[in-house]
Design a binder for this molecule. Structure first.
Ligand code: NDP
Length: 481
């Protein structure tokens, strides 16, 4: 009689060595590494092991002032004077060096943020380099992008990035700003500054004029000093809706241009005529990619009632195969939660879901003893009005609801404060067109999820923010006509 044996994967760990993380990082101002005025540093830890990786300078208001001055001077002295084609060459150079140092960047991203090495290697780093390649190409073609108009740079852009895709978000922000002739002061998130600091060293290696890009590390106060600085022309922010609202208030009485890319609670909608196995993969990718730390995560599944029980069973079967654990292992599907605070927040939502009466299910994945980990989780019998269905959890937790008709699911999908993204799974092209027209979401994926391309714009409706990043649309927020 054949025996049923569960085959284990042999470990396939990536080496830590290529990361070459320094024991301390300073601020990158005016093309040089400078000590913070306060003399204070904070620790950056590996969320998978809780080990300290490095000490990072904390910038205060005086440092923000210095960096903004450097960016202003660089704008007046060099950046606005060189030809657009020259600007493009610098940006191409950044992209090429990123490719050359791809392994170092991927390993660093995984150690610093907890995401699986497969994702940082195959998605974050190549997509970040592609953004620089893409916008380098636009630098000398702005006249073609905006015919019969004279596109002018704004001046100095203040940029604030989150911890979920650190290098990629820095690329989304810096590449279009430079291509359009602006200079930059960027603050990465406190828990994941390392790849942005490595990008600063790439910018040095690419020989950009001093002050064109400045990187200031620090916590929320550093970001808020940047937002309030009077000599900044534009703020680009990606992060929570709460901080986004504060920034909107703070900049309301100024001439600063603003783009906000905030939270989401995307509906991933599966109709009964969908290719079921592909849709299961799409739902898994939608919610478990990057541990669910994704603003456009498909965190609400709407499955048509007639196939709900089959679909949910297939989803559970697939979840049982997901490997949770060491992000440096090339087999790992779900890595570490980014911080203890985020894990705590996710667990609070899991407790809340149970209290609200939804049915909880998680895979039986073995979790490592150390570090911050969470099993892939789903809830069924979720009420549309529950907090589980309305609020952004930012973790590997899926809320499942059912529907009968197209009108009903559109009504339900649009019924959140957010409007960043959605997914539709169906065999019918006409239904895809109808759904994508009526869903209030900046991006609608059809029979796919989480596809990104530098040429494609990204951004939200309602409390998911405004302005677009990526593509030709992503040039607009950095220009005046
Ligand atoms: P935040 O919005 O606080 O962080 C985003 C960035 O803004 C970070 O660089 C942060 O610095 C900075 N920041 C914080 N406060 C201010 C401020 N007053 N002025 C200017 N900049 C500021 O998000 P959190 O990290 O606290 O995450 C909280 C929740 O937000 C998550 O659980 C998730 O739901 C959501 N989120 C959504 C993201 C998205 O892409 N839509 C991305 C990240 C979070 P620092 O982190 O160093 O304090």
């Amino acid at each position: 009689m054949a025996t049923k044996k569960k085959w284990e994967y042999a470990p396939a760990p990536e080496s830590k060595q290529p990361a070459a993380i320094a024991s301390r990082y300073e601020l990158f101002i005016n093309g040089k590494w400078q000590q913070p005025t306060s003399g204070s540093y904070f620790k950056s830890i590996n969320p998978a092991t809780e080990e300290n990786l490095s000490e990072i300078a904390a910038a205060n208001e005086a440092d923000v002032n210095k960096a903004v001055q450097a960016a202003r001077q660089a704008y007046e002295k060099y950046w606005k004077k060189i030809t657009p084609a020259e600007r493009g060459k610098y940006i191409f150079r950044i992209a090429r060096i990123m490719q050359e140092r791809a392994r170092e960047l991927a390993v660093t991203e995984t150690m610093d943020g907890g995401k699986p090495i497969r994702e940082s290697r195959d998605f974050d780093i190549p997509t970040a380099a592609n953004h620089f390649f893409y916008y380098a190409g636009w630098a000398d073609k702005l006249n073609f992008a905006f015919p019969n108009k004279k596109a002018n740079a704004l001046g100095v852009a203040g940029q604030i990035t989150p911890w979920n895709f650190p290098l990629l978000m820095a690329a989304w922000k810096i590449a279009p700003a430079l291509a359009t002739g602006n200079t930059v002061v960027l603050k990465p998130a406190e828990t994941t500054s390392l790849t942005t600091l490595k990008l600063a060293s790439i910018i040095q290696e690419a020989d950009l004029p001093p002050g064109v890009v400045n990187i200031l590390t620090g916590a929320g106060e550093t970001g808020s000093a940047l937002v309030r600085h009077p000599n900044i022309n534009k703020i680009a922010f990606t992060g929570s809706t709460a901080v986004g609202k504060w920034i909107q208030q703070e900049t309301a009485a100024s001439t600063k241009k603003l783009t906000l890319e905030l939270g989401g609670k995307a509906a991933n909608i599966v109709f009964s005529d969908a290719p079921i196995d592909q849709a299961v993969e799409g739902v898994v990718n939608g919610i478990f990619f990057n541990q669910g730390h994704v603003c456009c995560a498909g965190s609400r599944l709407y499955v048509q009632e007639s196939i709900a029980s089959v679909f949910i069973q297939k989803l559970k079967d697939r979840m049982a195969t997901l490997l949770v654990g060491d992000p440096m292992d090339k087999n790992t599907d779900i890595g570490a939660i980014n911080s203890a605070a985020q894990l705590d927040k996710i667990n609070q939502y899991i407790r809340l879901g149970k209290k609200e009466g939804a049915l909880h299910y998680e895979s039986d994945a073995r979790l490592p003893q150390k570090g911050f980990f969470c099993r892939p989780t789903l809830f069924t019998k979720v009420a549309q009005s529950s907090r589980l269905a309305q609020e952004e959890i930012f973790g590997p937790v899926l809320a499942i609801l059912t529907f009968r008709t197209e009108d009903e699911v559109i009504e339900k999908a649009n019924n959140t404060p957010y409007g960043l993204s959605a997914g539709v799974w169906t065999d019918k092209g006409s239904r895809i067109f109808n759904m994508s027209r009526r869903l209030k979401a900046g991006v609608v994926w059809a029979n796919a999820y989480n596809l990104f391309d530098p040429a494609s714009p990204f951004g939200g409706y309602k409390e998911s923010g405004y302005g677009r990043e990526g593509g030709w649309h992503g040039l607009y927020p950095y220009l005046t006509f």
